[in-house]
Design a binder for this molecule. Sequence first.
Ligand SMILES: [Mg+2]
Length: 385
Amino acid sequence: MAKITAEYIWIDGQKPTAKLRSKTKIIDPAKSLADIPEWGYDGSSTEQATGHFSDLLLRPVKMVPDPLHREGDLLVLCEVLMPDGTVHPSNTRAFLRQVAERYKEQEAWFGIEQEYTFFDGNRPLGWPDHGFPAPQGGYYCGVGADEVFGRDVVEAHADACMRAGIHIVGTNAEVMPGQWEFQVGAITAPDIADELWLARWLLYRIGEEFGISATLYPKPVKGDWNGAGAHTNFSTKAMRAEGGIKVIEEAMKKLERRHDEHIKVYGAHNEERLTGLHETAPIHAFRYGVSDRGASVRIPMATTKEGRGYFEDRRPAASRADRAAPRWGLLASWSFSSRSSQFPMTSRSTVIPSKRRWRSSCRSSSSWPASWPSRASSRCCTRRR
Ligand SMILES: [Mg+2]
């Protein structure tokens, strides 16, 4: 029987923002997680171990069809364990599983809007070699080669997510040129976190085919340009039921009391983004409002009208580590329900029709304005997070 490739994907130990890693194993065809062997890797190269005691264990926890390769090939998301099988300190998914189980009767749903910024070499994709593009205003949900940049990558990514069985529900061009968003959900935990990480991995991997990188850095360009967030739409069964608006209002009081604790797990460098400008509330203030995109939490008009529904937490940075999401449950006393993993084994073909190299040459950093992130920080420290 022909072998398949399984791409083992895991999260490393980098701080303050963890990064995705992956490597390929050739295995026999697999129908379930039980058919996929555990594997090891060098934790000293991922900031998860010392060189003297470097072997760590990868335990497969979710498998989806690999949309970029042959029928039967797989993407395999893994938890990181110590050699003796205990949970590695960087493995917050293990904690998420426990919280999801504890609060499963609340049937929490999450829908995450993942914003990100494409970079071509050392500048945002589509930006001029010198100076800046025209001010913001016409780019959001724009159309035309003078307004949106990278649609080929966005469409290839959405197609790959769909083929992988990820619950992607939409994409749009964002306010800053070169910035985009995709949405995943609404689903329960831990699937929302698993699928978001897999979708991020696919974004970076597909970007390779185009010579374009993506960053989740929350404020990739300083100044009068929007940052990148991960707006999180949330509801529990009680919030979705008749009279749920009262439960949402109670939740707002709890969120306000624990605002600082939430900010701590909503992504590094978020203070650069949450300034009170560019559709954000200041990082040290908590405010909620109906249809208010300048608030910390927005209650959609439809929720107010119907007296039930969901709310949108606008504080998380694009780079938030979504394994931290279960802390919401602990902080606000509601959260999560578990859901069995799904992987539709549908037939598919290779997603990317042509391997097209865009402008992959790196330009001189001499034209990089001093107020922008350095080339080193944009390529080495902030991308792929
Ligand atoms: Mg957005």
